[in-house]
Design a protein. Structure first.
Length: 266
């Protein structure tokens, strides 16, 4: 971790952090990789929230991207190939679920300022935040089924936000939706022109930051009180089973070869 002279900046993995008064910025900044999420990302994300909570006085954090093309393309598919054993696969899923849960359950208000593509884990990260502001060029998708997988966090959290049928439609078709459609279904709360995205996000953050930190914490806890640890455990077990399946291997191989997968159901 590298801290700035005034203790207001840090870098953890490919996350660039900044704190100024009550407002924090968490920038996904993996240059040239569309902010694809590696195994190390999950711990980095949790550590970043720890930094904001323990080393700063912020009450609101804006999550944004340093890549104009993408908020995040989701999990790094090449990283999946490093997972050889079922234990490694389960550990990866637990890390990912713990990271999304940390965003969702932390005492900070988390605002996702989404530009470009938010696919897979990128879409799930947006779902974990308290609010989502999207640029007009943003697109969202949960395309894991094309790899023989399911979005572990998205499958259990999205139904509360966008409904069961829409969640199943997004997962089973893997089709992307644009910012306008995401706004219609409730995945996005506000939209903005691409060149005003951060202005809108920080305007909202500054307004929220004027409220009592105690009230913000209680609000978040009360609204999120339905979170069930059993759901998270169920997700970890099911996604681990898919990770170890023949279909997952077929899906990843086809993705890397830029071909259509022919799944066997095994």
């Amino acid at each position: 971790m590298e801290k700035g002279e005034a203790g207001t900046t840090a870098r953890i993995g490919f996350l660039a952090l900044e704190a100024e008064g009550q407002i924090g910025t968490l920038k996904l900044d993996r240059g040239g990789k569309l902010n694809a999420m590696t195994a190390e990302f999950w711990k980095s994300l949790r550590d970043a929230i720890d930094w904001f909570e323990n080393e700063t006085s912020v009450s609101v954090v804006v999550i944004t991207s340093g890549d104009p093309k993408a908020f995040s393309a989701g999990g790094d598919v090449g990283d999946f190939l490093k997972l050889q054993t079922r234990d490694e696969m389960e550990s990866y899923q637990r890390d990912a679920m713990a990271a999304f849960s940390r965003v969702e359950q932390c005492e900070l208000i988390m605002i996702a300022a989404v530009n470009g593509i938010a696919f897979g884990g990128g879409c799930e990260l947006a779902l974990a935040c308290d609010f989502v502001i999207a640029s007009e060029d943003a697109t969202f998708a949960m395309p894991e089924a094309a790899l023989g997988l399911v979005p572990g966090f998205g499958a259990i959290r999205a139904p509360e936000l966008i409904g069961r049928q829409m969640t199943k439609l997004m997962i089973t078709t893997a089709d992307p939706i644009d910012a306008a459609r995401a706004y219609e279904i409730g995945l996005v709360q506000r939209r903005a022109p691409a060149d005003h995205l951060l202005d809108e996000a920080f305007a909202l953050a500054n307004r929220i930051a004027t409220r009592s930190p105690n009230a913000l914490r209680v609000c978040k806890r009360m609204v999120n009180r339905s979170i069930d640890a059993a759901d998270l455990e169920y997700s970890v077990k099911e996604i681990t089973r898919l990770q170890a399946s023949e279909d997952r291997a077929i899906g990843v191989a086809a993705f890397l070869a830029r071909e259509g997968p022919v799944f066997t159901g095994r």
